[in-house]
Ligand binder design. Structure first.
Ligand code: ADE
Length: 230
């Protein structure tokens, strides 16, 4: 998967791709990252990339000209046309289904907004999808992009050591994952639940399912409602 990121803060991404699964994906050639500094596409001597909003009000907008220039340049020879994603609080809320879908994309461009966002004409012309990573407002799109790349890349076949472990992840089947334990059997008087030591696979399966149901009902009843609706 080729991922290009348009940002005013390329250094935000320093280190993010140097660890764990993302590093493994880069080293294996499964993931290629290219950063574009939007400021390099400003055409005035002060490298201005933002401007006031028509209609007034506080907060600046990213100007359209540098973005149009940048998109023209980086998509000129790209066939098929890459999927362009704009992280924004106004977007559809990102979830595991979307991460799974993105993991199948060959070429994605993420456009990081700042300030009050970007001129709508850039969105109309270039953006295919707008995603929010949650109901809160961030200072810019960079953190959202890091989240989306991480969630999508781990679902590319070969990136996770054991893809079976993703099958029990939270949000699969609209349930939260259950509790997990490793050695030792007892620590500071805290004991691993007996059923997990029993070797009785069916009972272990039932226990895990009941813990998942309990947690989901308590913390995310909306997920159970989603199951009922589908
Ligand atoms: N940019 C600012 N807030 C955001 C959010 N909640 N999700 C994605 N991008 C954002």
């Amino acid at each position: 998967m080729k991922v290009e990121i348009i940002t005013l803060f390329p250094r935000f991404f320093e280190g993010i791709f140097d660890h764990s699964m993302l590093k493994r994906a880069v080293d294996a050639g499964v993931l290629e990252i290219k950063l574009h500094n939007l400021r390099d596409y400003a055409d005035d001597k002060h490298h201005l990339v933002d401007d006031y909003r028509f209609g007034g009000g506080p907060g600046m907008l990213l100007k359209p000209e540098p973005l149009f220039r940048l998109f023209d340049e980086i998509t000129r020879n790209a066939r098929p046309r890459p999927t362009v994603i704009y992280p924004t609080p106004q977007g559809v809320v990102f979830n595991q289904d979307i991460a799974d879908e993105l993991s199948g994309e060959r070429h994605i461009i993420f456009l990081c907004g700042h300030y009050k966002g970007i001129d709508q004409r850039v969105i109309d012309r270039w953006v295919d999808r707008e995603y929010s990573i949650g109901d809160y407002v961030l200072t810019g799109g960079e953190a959202g992009v890091a989240v989306m790349i991480d969630a999508a890349v781990r679902m590319i076949p070969g990136v996770l050591g054991d893809i079976g472990s993703a099958r029990g992840d939270s949000f699969r089947n609209n349930l939260l994952d259950c509790a997990h334990y490793t050695r030792p059997e007892v620590i500071e008087n805290l004991r691993v639940p007996g059923v997990l030591m029993s070797g009785h696979h069916r009972n272990i399966e039932l226990w895990r399912r009941s813990v998942s149901m309990f947690l989901t009902r308590r913390r995310r009843p909306d997920l159970l409602k989603k199951s009922e609706d589908t």
